[in-house]
Design a protein around this ligand. Structure first.
Ligand code: SME
Length: 150
C-alpha cells in the first residue's frame, strides 16, 4: 500500500479511537504512539517530547529506552521546536548535535505538537534503523495525525 494511503487509514482509525473515548491529550498521545509504532514497520522508536519549564522531556513512547531530558537547543527535537516546523533527517550522523539515545537509529523525523491556542508544546519524534526513511508523505501524514492530540 502507498504511504499516503496508509497514513490516511491510520488517521481515520486514530480519530475514531480518540473521538470515542478521550478528551485527554496525554491519553491521545499514548494512543497515537501505540497505533503508529505497531502499524508502521519502519518505526524503530516512536514518541513525544514535551516542553516542561523550558526543558524538553520524554512523554509517551514505544521502542527502546529513551533519554528523559534533551539538552536545550541541541539535536533534532529542539531543531523542530526552534524552526516551528517538521524536520526530516536522512542521516542522523550528518546532523550536527544529533542526540543518540539509541545508536541504532539512522534517520529521524520530528513534527511539532501544537495546543489548541497554536502554541508549540512539544514534538512527535520517530526514528528508523535505516537511512533515508522519511519523506514529504511521512511529514504530511504525521502532521495530520499529530493535530488530533489537542
Ligand atoms: N534524536 C533525538 C533525541 C531523541 S531520540 O531520538 C529518542 C534528538 O536529536 O533530539
Amino acid at each position: 500500500m502507498k504511504k499516503e494511503k496508509k497514513y490516511e487509514r491510520l488517521y481515520i482509525q486514530i480519530k475514531d479511537l480518540i473521538d470515542k473515548s478521550s478528551n485527554n491529550p496525554l491519553s491521545n498521545m499514548a494512543t497515537i504512539i501505540a497505533v503508529l509504532h505497531n502499524k508502521m514497520p519502519d518505526y524503530f522508536w516512536t514518541g513525544f517530547y514535551l516542553l516542561q519549564d523550558g526543558k524538553l522531556q520524554v512523554g509517551p513512547y514505544q521502542g527502546s529506552l529513551a533519554c528523559i531530558n534533551l539538552a536545550k537547543n541541541i539535536g533534532v527535537c529542539w531543531a523542530g521546536i526552534n524552526a516551528k516546523k517538521t524536520v526530516i533527517v536522512d542521516d542522523v550522523e550528518a546532523f550536527p548535535g544529533h542526540i543518540a539515545c539509541d545508536s541504532r537509529s539512522q534517520s529521524e523525523i520530528v513534527v511539532p505538537l501544537k495546543n489548541k491556542d497554536g502554541d508549540i508544546v512539544g514534538v512527535m519524534d520517530v526514528d528508523s534503523r535505516d537511512k533515508n526513511t522519511f519523506d514529504d508523505a511521512d511529514a504530511k501524514g504525521l502532521e495530520k495525525i499529530v493535530s488530533l492530540v489537542y
